[in-house]
Design a protein around this ligand. Structure first.
Ligand SMILES: [Mn+2]
Length: 278
């Protein structure tokens, strides 16, 4: 069970790559997200490869799970550099990264931007704004990640599910016009036309009762059907990468959060394949 269910082990002829980014170096409340890639892979064997929502199965498509990026735990700067290098080398195909904490999105987008500086829409599902300028004096943190991402330039932020942040962060995100609701899918499809799209799913966007095993649970989240309704209508045509972050198996009694994440990944992969081929 070292790879995601339905994955190929060799890269020949695959259109999507999957890898794990076991980094949780700046977790402020509950560390443990580094264990998520392995836990989610293992949980993926408890779900079907077939999606009744999209009437398609992972077995019909070719994707490859290349395992985890090996990172020096305890050294944030080095880890971010290594994630950046890895993505720069391996992002010639579409890819999905399994985190890890949310800070991993920064080196991933930095690498993508350096290869192609097209206008990029970053669509983020997250309970939190993640827009602090610094967190206790630290510039690179899961709590500042979207602020750093925006500084890369030529990026517009679309945030869905936000319900926690400081007063300043909320003022800032309103000024950016980046607050959207899960019902705004048509608006978002309009917005992304002719641009590239990156999707980041912080699993704390879901109601903690459904997904309790996350770093910073926040009441008031969306449920799986809300997410699926949105996903099925979202155009994946311009997507260049996806990440799924913040699952924390250490706080996931019953393993439900890893299973939930595996199912989210299955649906995103199938949607990617379907939209790629149409
Ligand atoms: Mn979050």
């Amino acid at each position: 069970m070292s790879s995601f269910i339905g994955a190929n082990l060799d890269q020949k002829g695959v259109s999507v790559m999957l890898w794990g980014v076991p980094f949780d170096g700046t977790s402020s409340y509950r560390a443990g997200a580094r264990f998520a890639p392995s836990s989610i892979r293992e949980a993926s064997y408890s779900i079907e490869t077939y999606s009744p929502y999209q009437d398609a199965s992972l077995d019909e498509f070719k994707f490859c799970d290349v395992g985890n990026i090996e990172l020096p735990i305890g050294n944030t700067e080095k880890s971010l550099g290594m994630i950046y290098d890895f993505v720069k080398e391996n992002s010639s195909k579409l890819f999905l990264s399994i985190g890890g904490e949310h800070l991993i999105t920064y080196p991933i987008i930095k690498a993508l931007k350096e290869k192609n500086n097209n206008e990029l829409v970053v669509l983020v599902f997250d309970a939190h704004t993640d827009l602090r300028n610094d967190y206790l004096g630290v510039k690179f943190s899961h709590a500042t990640v979207m602020r750093r991402v925006l500084e890369l330039g030529n990026i517009s932020l679309v945030s869905i599910g936000v319900r926690a942040g400081t007063k300043e962060e909320f003022e800032y995100i309103k000024k950016l016009n980046a607050l959207y609701s899960i019902a705004d899918v048509e608006k978002i499809n309009e917005l992304t036309k002719g641009k590239t799209l990156y999707i980041s799913v912080d699993m704390d966007v879901f109601e903690p009762g459904y997904v309790p095993g996350v770093g910073n649970p926040e009441p008031g989240g969306i449920n799986f059907s809300d997410f699926m309704n949105f996903l099925l209508k979202l155009s994946f045509k311009n997507v260049i990468g996806v990440d799924i972050v913040e699952i924390n198996p250490v706080y996931d009694c019953s393993n439900i959060s890893s299973i939930f994440a595996a199912e989210v990944i299955r649906e995103i992969l199938i949607k990617l394949f379907i939209d790629l081929n149409n």
